[in-house]
Design a protein around this ligand. Structure first.
Ligand SMILES: Nc1ncnc2c1ncn2[C@@H]1O[C@H](COP(=O)(O)OP(=O)(O)OP(=O)(O)O)[C@@H](O)[C@H]1O
Length: 375
């Protein structure tokens, strides 16, 4: 486990955050700009000192104010990938990669040069200098450099933020593969739910310096809704599903979850693959009877769990579809006309055209022991 409980005042801003996450897979630190995400990972890395608190990795304290423990950065064995890579400009890619590796005693080096270079596909770049690399290539080298220090924990601060969509798409699969390839837990700072959907096992929600929720991504995203941490347009749910089949003629992929089937824009994942799909509340409607003639491709029964207070004439409603949380957003007028209330069984309607590739991410959860769940 990674246990973090830190307090630190920096100017007018106070961090007072506590959370625990499995020391396996990817833990995303998510929240608005200025919520304290970077401050927290800087304290884990040893770049910033908490005023008080404790940080421990698998029971080993990295910092403990009560016991006066404050391991220097190098003794923490934590790798750090910054937004902008920060490669040494005067060194070749090879020299950048081996720089960190040499600082680690040979006996502690558990990750090999060839394995990292192969996994990140950077072999053709080894003799170039950073100025001759694209943004995505630089970030892959920065990830490689951090990995070659054989860290016990890898911290990544929005490593894709400086990249355009194409480059993001190029680097993201490498990041997603790291926990499986190298069994290193990752703490990943992001304010993009799309990235989190594709990468993270655990989600820690930061708000105004505090960790307001922590847990499996699906659970926390469902709760994010009412926390004010998401813009209204982004609010919704994340479902874990399995690819059932492809409908090539209609350019759709059919996903199965305990509550039913969902058709999404055609994706490349094979049948049987586990994928997550993000369904925004604004894409979900409610009917009292299953519609007989409608364009909605996705209709499944669900029970109303709670109704949020109306805002600007709209009501967000949490539904339970065979254990999966789904949010619907309808007008308060429709809500009144239909006399919706907790406990009522209704039918959720979701437009397939709304569910694009950006909303679907392959995801193989990592267990606490580092094993990756099949499929
Ligand atoms: N050294 C410092 N001294 C004073 N204030 C600081 C210092 N470092 C950060 N802050 C303030 O602390 C707050 C949290 O900053 P932090 O960088 O941790 O947020 P963040 O969630 O990572 O934001 P972003 O998503 O924009 O990177 C901000 O208000 C910032 O201005």
């Amino acid at each position: 486990m990674l246990d973090v409980s830190v307090q630190r005042r920096q100017g007018a801003f106070a961090v007072d955050a506590a959370f625990s996450s499995p020391a396996a897979g990817v833990t995303a630190l998510f929240g608005r700009s200025g919520s304290g995400k970077t401050s927290v990972i800087n304290m884990i890395a040893g770049l910033a000192r908490p005023d008080a608190g404790r940080i421990a990795l698998n029971g080993t304290p990295l910092f403990d104010s009560a016991r006066r423990i404050d391991l220097p950065m190098e003794a923490r064995r934590v790798g750090y990938v910054f937004q902008d890579g920060r490669l040494f400009p005067h060194m070749t890619v090879r020299a950048n990669l081996t720089y960190g590796m040499r600082l680690v005693p040979a006996a502690q080096r558990v990750i090999g040069f060839d394995a990292v270079v192969g996994m990140l596909g950077i072999e053709p770049l080894l003799d170039r200098r950073p100025a001759k690399l694209s943004g995505g290539e630089k970030q892959r080298v920065a990830i490689g450099r951090a990995l070659l220090t054989s860290p016990r924990l890898l911290l990544m601060d929005e490593p894709l933020a400086a990249l355009d969509e194409t480059r993001k798409g190029e680097v993201l699969p490498f990041v997603a593969g790291l926990p499986k390839e190298f069994a290193i837990p990752i703490v990943y700072v992001s304010h993009s739910l799309d990235e989190i959907l594709k990468l993270a096992d655990t989600l820690v929600l930061m708000n105004a310096g505090t960790a307001v929720a922590a847990g499996p991504v699906e659970d926390v995203v469902g709760r994010l809704h009412l926390s004010g941490a998401l813009d209204a347009a982004e609010a919704g749910a994340v479902l874990t599903t399995v690819v059932e089949e492809h409908d090539a003629a209609h350019h759709l992929t059919l996903l199965r979850f305990p509550g039913g089937r969902i058709a999404v824009q055609r994706m490349d994942q094979p049948a049987g693959a586990q994928v997550r799909v993000r369904i925004r509340a604004s894409e979900v409607g409610i009917a009292l009877e299953p519609p007989r003639h409608s364009s909605f491709q996705n209709v499944f029964p669900a029970r109303i769990v709670e109704l949020a207070p109306p805002r600007d004439g709209q009501v967000d409603i949490r539904l339970d579809a065979a254990g999966a949380a789904v949010w619907a957003r309808i007008t308060s007028r429709a809500c009144e006309t239909m006399a919706l209330e907790p406990g009522l069984i209704v039918h959720a309607l979701v437009k397939s055209v709304a569910l694009t590739r950006a909303d679907v991410g392959r995801h193989s959860p990592v267990r606490a022991d580092g094993e990756v769940h099949a499929p």
